[in-house]
Design a protein around this ligand. Structure first.
Ligand code: G6P
Length: 606
């Protein structure tokens, strides 16, 4: 999974190509590069490091040409070296490609090309393809014919863009299991692995489907089926995202900017038309069994939803991590699988959805990115409308997903007779106040959380604990902490602590408790028992609690007191504040917050 960009224009494309891969950097950021075609042929500049680093080191801005391709990499095959960075040139230098995905039969192809005298410069699977194109071109003397001939030989997952010195009028691309989207400009066209590649220039896009290739010129484009080679009519997607939301503004990192976007994101989730929620509710009602599926943060959002469905609508829909889904869920015809995915491109989620479909399941999804694979794969999609989320770790998109699932559980609860109309109305009113409530809390509590983070940033081992729905909140918050601070943070149910982990407790091990309001009597009592267990054994206690909770306040070593909020909203409030705590801890530790090491935002490989 990497960021791919291509631009063909009547004007120089250098600056726009650099910006484009900078905007895609969240897809991978261990190396990057660009290839431009100019009067002298194809020039490639690439290296290891982030876009700004490579930009100045390799003087990317000095490149010239009015068509080119670019790439930002998250290594899969081949280490992080300048040679393995994309674009890759063919032996003669007349062809260049950028590739996302994995060519699974590359070893065999590579050996046979080496036998024919081709010298490989990298250890990637991708370099094989560009040499196959060149080899085919020598026979056919036709770039498109050579591209298609080379495609016949490769297996695996890929999106590829080809630039050829033999054809300054076109870029060529193909999609198979890795996303690729064409952006339509005026006198110029764009290609991107997602819409952020060209969002600054156009809001019109065409999404390629698997098995389609495109020939793209400055003023036109043609999309065809790889197998039949027949042209396909495709609809144009109008992108309604606001480019302002991709700007960091006064904030020093996207993560904190996106946390402060949450009042707006919550509003957008509440504004998603009720009919879309109702359609999903009907799918739950009609399915003999239903499953919730996501991975990473979205898995924990599904786990939160599991509790919401259970408490509000008395239905049990298990949440399963998408990477394990196939191994454990015996899906049968008419079951419902609801996937949650910010990017809509995560391989594990897409793969499990596809196999559930093959077994006859109905599918639905909550997705943020328009035109993404998952949004187009399922029977019913709810677009969460959170706008671009740039920081690799998910904050505002996760909150919106949780709220959409809460709305679904409320309506299902009402339809199933678990909630009467006045209770439903009260909850809906509470939800309406939520955006303003978050806005107030973020402003009021950021100072406290920053101080707490300063005090505790040297802690090496964290245990995050909660009961009931606060358990997935603890899990998600621990993941956030790990992702962005690189510290060890282990989430678990508070009641589980005594079954083993208690042996770790000593003063240096800090426990962060997600404490429900005292009015949530049963959950509060269970949480307090675990707090006492740690207190007695000399562990250090940190906690988020609500005002009036003197019992918790008296036991905690470090406490953040929150104003009283409706019980329904309390877990979401704590989740948001834990995002902020992870951010400030990472800030204190000077981590690479928006692009944590080894991670990428959308993991499109298995
Ligand atoms: C990657 C990211 C995680 C994210 C997960 C799911 O692993 O590093 O932060 O939660 O993918 O992504 P999705 O786009 O499917 O929500």
């Amino acid at each position: 999974m990497c960021g791919i960009s291509g631009i063909i224009d009547h004007h120089p494309v250098t600056r726009n190509l650099v910006t484009s891969i900078a905007n895609l950097e969240y897809r991978g950021y261990d190396s990057c590069g660009m290839a431009l075609l100019n009067g002298k042929g194809i020039e490639v500049r690439k290296n290891t490091g982030g876009v700004q680093e490579v930009r100045s080191r390799e003087k990317l801005d000095n490149m010239t040409g009015n068509l080119g391709i670019a790439h930002t990499r998250w290594a899969t095959h081949g280490g992080v070296t300048p040679e393995n960075a994309h674009p890759h040139l063919s032996q003669s230098g007349d062809f260049a490609i950028v590739h996302n995905g994995i060519i699974s039969n590359y070893q065999k192809l590579r050996e046979s090309l080496i036998g024919e005298g081709i010298e490989f410069r990298s250890t990637t699977d991708s370099e094989v393809f560009v040499n196959l194109v060149e080899e085919a071109y020598e026979q056919k003397k036709d770039v498109l014919g050579a591209f298609l001939e080379a495609l016949k030989q490769i297996q695996g997952t890929y999106s590829i863009v080809l630039l050829s010195a033999h054809d300054p009028e076109n870029l060529y691309c193909v999609k198979q299991d890795s996303p690729l989207i064409i952006g339509l400009g005026e006198g110029c066209n764009y290609i991107g692995s997602d819409i952020n590649a060209f969002l600054e220039h156009t809001r019109k896009a065409v999404v390629l489907d698997d098995g389609e290739f495109a020939v793209i010129s400055r003023d036109s484009y043609e999309i065809s089926d790889v197998g039949k080679r027949e042209e396909r009519e495709k609809s144009i997607l109008q992108i309604d995202w606001d480019t302002e939301t991709t700007k960091k503004g006064v904030f020093s990192h996207y993560m904190i900017k996106e946390i402060f976007d949450e009042p707006q994101t919550a509003r957008q989730a509440l504004d998603v038309p009720q009919e879309q929620i109702s359609q999903l509710v009907e799918m739950f009602q009609n399915a003999p069994r239903a499953y919730l599926m996501g991975v990473g943060t979205t898995f924990f959002i599904c786990q939160m939803a599991q509790y919401l469905f259970s408490s509000l609508s008395q239905r049990y829909f298990p949440a399963i991590s998408a990477d394990e889904f196939n191994g454990v869920v015996p899906v049968v015809s008419d079951d419902l699988v609801l996937a949650v995915s910010q990017s809509g491109e995560t391989f594990d989620t897409k793969f499990s959805l596809n196999s559930a479909r093959e077994k006859g399941a109905r599918t639905a999804a909550i997705v943020n990115v328009m035109g993404s694979s998952i949004s187009r794969l399922v029977d019913h999609v709810i677009m969460q409308g959170s706008g671009p989320e740039i920081c690799v770790v998910s904050t505002k998109a996760a909150l919106a997903q949780a709220l959409l699932l809460l709305r679904t559980a409320l309506e299902l609860g009402f339809r199933e007779g678990c909630l009467d109309s006045s209770t439903l109305r009260d909850h809906v009113q509470e939800l309406e106040t939520f955006p303003e409530l978050i806005s107030k809390l973020l402003n009021e509590k950021s100072g406290f959380l920053r101080n707490l983070a300063r005090t505790t940033s040297s802690v090496q081992n964290w245990i995050f604990l909660g009961c009931g729905i606060y358990f997935p909140v603890a899990m998600e918050s621990a993941l956030k902490m790990k992702e962005v601070t690189y510290l060890h943070a282990e989430g678990m149910p508070a009641g589980f602590l005594k079954h083993g982990t208690l042996s770790m407790i000593e003063a240096s091990v800090h426990s962060l408790f997600f404490i429900p309001p005292p009015a949530d009597v049963e959950l509060h009592n269970r949480t307090m028992i675990a707090i006492e267990e740690i207190k007695t054994r000399g562990g250090t206690l940190v906690g988020l609690h609500f005002e009036g909770d003197s019992q918790a306040a008296s036991l905690l070593d470090h406490a953040v007191a929150l104003p009283e909020v409706p019980l329904l909203l309390a877990p979401f409030v704590e989740m948001i504040l834990a995002q902020m705590f992870a951010y400030y801890t990472a800030l204190d530790l000077k981590r690479n917050i928006d692009k944590p090491r080894n991670l990428a935002k959308s993991v499109t490989v298995g």
